[in-house]
Design a protein around this ligand. Structure first.
Ligand code: FES
Length: 106
């Protein structure tokens, strides 16, 4: 059985619509994205060759890798276009008070 541990990230109002920001939580880098479809949290690492996704482009709910152009759905991390074949891990995200909190399983 896994437990979810919630980690405070940064204030919600620091993230504009259509943008993203990476935060370090423990040994991981997590990407928090704000879209018209809602806010989401993903690992910040492309599953193809480990590019930092925060340096890519966010188009609606599509996130494009800066290195070779793989495309992911930010709502669940699934691959929409190669060369990546594996999804990016997605994480629980909630707002408590004014802050985002990321839920990581332990
Ligand atoms: S590192 Fe992202 S597509 Fe290659």
């Amino acid at each position: 059985m896994t437990d979810t541990t919630w980690h405070r990230a940064f204030p919600v109002d620091e993230l504009a619509d259509g943008t993203m920001r990476a935060v370090v939580i423990g040994a991981r880098e997590i990407l928090i994205l704000k879209t018209r479809a809602g806010c989401f949290a993903l690992d910040n690492t492309c599953t193809h060759a480990e590019a930092r996704m925060v340096e890519g482009r966010l188009r609606g709910t599509r996130l494009v890798c800066p290195l070779h152009g793989a495309c992911y759905d930010v709502r669940d991390g699934k691959v929409l276009g190669g060369p990546a074949t594996l999804p990016i891990a997605s994480h629980a995200l909630r707002v408590v008070g004014r802050h985002f909190e990321v839920g990581l399983e332990s």
